[in-house]
Design a protein around this ligand. Sequence first.
Ligand code: HEM
Ligand code: MG
Length: 331
Amino acid sequence: IPDPPPGPLNDTSARLVFDPAHPFIAPKATDIRGPCPGLNTLASHGYLPRNGIATPAQIIEAVQEGFNMGNDLAVFVTYAAFLVDGNLITNLLSIGGKTNETGPDPPAPAIVGGLDTHAVFEGDASTTRGDAFFGDNHSFNETLFDELVSFSNKFGAGSYNLSVAAQFRFQRIQDSIATNPQFSFVSPRFYTAYAESVFPVAFFIDGRQTNGQLDMTVARGFFQTNTFPPNFFRSGVSSGLREIAAGIQEVFVPHPIVPGGNNGAVNSYTPNPNSADFSNFCKLYTDFVNNTVRSLYPTASGALLDALNTNLEFFFGPIALLGCTQVPAFT
Ligand code: HEM
Ligand code: MG
């Protein structure tokens, strides 16, 4: 039986997190890093195991401690990723590529491929990572980061903020529509794309600074090197589902777009009315469980079925508070 998710921090104040107990150590060749600069940074500072293999509870602790992510968001995102990318029996998740370090795999169609796995959680039109179609969905991409810098110069007087995020999020979508014949932009990616555009503003800005402007040298440190800037204080605001949803509105409203995708040809973006969108958050949860998770574990039984249902229960926790109806346990 896996540990239940940790609760919220007692002290959510801004404080030094790049402290002597958490030095930056560049990853060894065998250490795993992936598409998430937040988790990569926590691993390279020892808030997560430096090898890049962690339990859900370790991830929740680390994102709260290191970045002051709110408990509801930490629990929701972590179990979402763990359910589709992690090993439910050993309780381990790779924050990057597939590895035998997470233990023996359950039978296919389960993937247990780590956070790099395309289309179950990771998706297209990322901020500084290319689309899987082009061959690498997880490495820092200098061309994309340069474009982010130029948008920050143009729309943010040199810093990344929510106005820049709105412009850049739209640009990344337009870019994928125009270049990736397999571009997909439906739930859950529809949500995570907007969330990841808000995260740098919520979590990468020093907690002693309250103007919402992310310095681009600091940004490069997180996105590319996976390091805190010197003397980094975590945010003094605990950003959970409510705070990130408010940021998402600011990013979405200037350039609204419906969920959809290209049809095998560039510039063929077609709306998908079956996808959850921002008007129906409970459908994000319901479809993720019934479609995404279920498709990986259509016939689970025994210990695997038990672990699946236990983790689905943990995943539902933050959603219960929003008034969504729980999907019945798998049988
Ligand atoms: C991207 C997982 C927490 C910042 C991603 C991606 C995954 C992921 C799978 C790739 C999505 C994609 O672009 O296709 C997680 C999980 C978390 C977590 C499981 C557990 C709570 C955080 C935190 C931060 C963060 C705490 C900030 C401190 C970001 C950013 C991106 C991202 C900025 C976009 C990367 C880019 O394309 O440039 N995350 N993340 N994440 N994550 Fe996380
Ligand atoms: Mg991606």
